[in-house]
Every structure is written in structure tokens, then in C-alpha cells.
Design a protein around this ligand. Sequence first.
Ligand code: PBG
Length: 323
Amino acid sequence: MLNIIRPRRLRRTANIRRMVRETKVSVDDLIFPLFVVFGSGKKEEIESMPGNFRWSVDRVHEEIEQVVEANIPAVLLFGIPETKDEIGSGADAEDGVVQQAIRKIKELAPELVVIGDVCLCEYTSHGHCGVLRGDEVDNDATLERLASVAVSLARAGADMVAPSDMMDGRVAAIRAALDEAGFEHVAIMSYAAKYASAFYGPFREAADSAPQFGDRSTYQMDPPNLREALREIELDIAEGADIVMVKPALAYLDVVAAAREAFDVPLAAYNVSGEFAMVKTAAQRGWIDERRIVMEIVCGIKRAGADLILTYHAKDIARWLKE
Ligand code: PBG
């Protein structure tokens, strides 16, 4: 008999496979993004993101109850305000839609980790992530606005803030402003390596945040760049980011892996709206097995090195993990 090494021995039964499985996805890894909209009585399904809704604050408990029931530890909030203006005033309004939602969620579920997205694009009339000077996004003028948004979210009760704008120096500006306002305990999850990606399409429909002219390529990263991502992440850690993120996830798993290798802070990856929509549509047509595909995707993101996964599939994943 040939004395060959037989890896198949450890694939023979379900229990053996379970014993030698290297990567495990847990509900603890999941963050569920959700959209809150100005008004009342609203539960508007987002067409390109089936199963996801824009909730008005008076109905958001319907979603929060499910998230808590699923034992998902955290939600990430995006807001759609009543009106927009040049500087995104709705983003740091005391009675802003996200601020109201945070207060409500903290009443309903004090233990649930509430993360507020810090960006201006949902609140500006031009749809860019910062304030403009001419046709340019003015980096340093935007920092003040972002710092004010972060403080406003913290004041409403957010446990963490997540800047997604990609301005230079925003983590430092936000950290300083939070500390100054007495929120030194509020953590920053930075969208450190966020690419100018077509995968955000459905989100922009959901949040009504598409830029009215031009695109985001002067502030979000150029998709072909990996070394630059590591530099962005390094800068954000130096500026005080507690958790760093790579976004999108699937076309950027090499970035996730390189970031895991290079840095010791918790690493998140955002399985974005376009990734979600592609899976959902194919599943609805019966072309793929949704459950198996989603579990394979989140397992892949973890295997690449992410600790945390932001995903619109979170409630389904939590349910499947229990079964
Ligand atoms: C806001 C923001 C975006 C996303 C998260 N925060 C859109 C964008 O940058 O245009 C995308 C999330 C998703 O696609 O799921 N800047």
C-alpha cells in the first residue's frame, strides 16, 4: 500500500469536519445597518435592498425588537432628514432624525450597541460627504462639521461613532471634539480604507445620498490601491481610531487580509449594499442558494481576517446560526 497522506480522513463525517473547522462565524461578529427617516408611521421597503426598510422613529422599535431577539450586539444608524442644505445641518441637529432614533433605541434596548454613522452626504443638498468650496469638497472646513456631528450623536447616546466621509484628519478632529465635550468613553470605528466603489449604488438610493455632480473619487480611495489602504489605516489608528474598517468587503478581501497582518486593532469589513443586492436578486430568482451563499460570504470575510462584519444579512445569519 502506498503510504500517502490523506486529508480526506478529516472530511469524512459532519462531526469531524466540525472539529477541524478553522473559521467560525458568530452572531457576536455582526453589526446590522439600519435607516431611519423623518416623519411618522413609516416602514418603507428599500426597493434594491429587499427586507430592509426606512423606519420612522415611532416605528423603529419593530426592527430593534428583532435585532435584540436575534442577539445581534450592534446597529449602525443612517438618517434621511426632512430637508437638506449646503452644509448638512440635519446631521448635527439636536432633534435630527438619527439623534431622535438613538434616544429611542437607548430607551428600548439600553444594552444594544448603537453606532452613529458620521457623514454629511445624506444631509447635504449636493450629496457630497463634506462642505463645498466651489466644486471642491473642502477638507478642513468639513472637519469642523464632522466633529460637531460626532458630538451630537454622542450627546444623543451613541456608544460609538463611525466616520465614513474619508476626509483627512477626521479621526483626530472627532477624537479631540468628543474628549472636549466629555465623551472620552465614546469609541471611534473609522471607515479607514473606504474605496470609491460602484457597490454603494443601492445604499445611495436608500439614503437618497447620490452626489448631484461629479463623484466621490477625490476623497474615497482609488480601487486599485492596496499600499495606500494600509497607510490610511495606520493614520487612523495613530489619530485614535479604536476599530478600523475596510469597505466594501468582497472585492477587497486582500486589503482585509493585509490589514489583519499589519495591525492589531479590531478590524471590521462592510459587506455593502451592492453586494447584498446581487445576492438577494439572484436568490429571489432561484439561481443561488441564499443561505449557503451568505454563510460562505461571511465566512470568507472572517477567514480573510475581519473580526466584525457589517451586513444587511445580519438577522438572517443570526437565525441560521441558531438552527
Ligand atoms: C456615506 C456612506 C455610504 C455607505 C456608508 N456610508 C455611501 C457612500 O459613500 O456613497 C455605503 C454603504 C453601503 O453601500 O451599504 N458616506
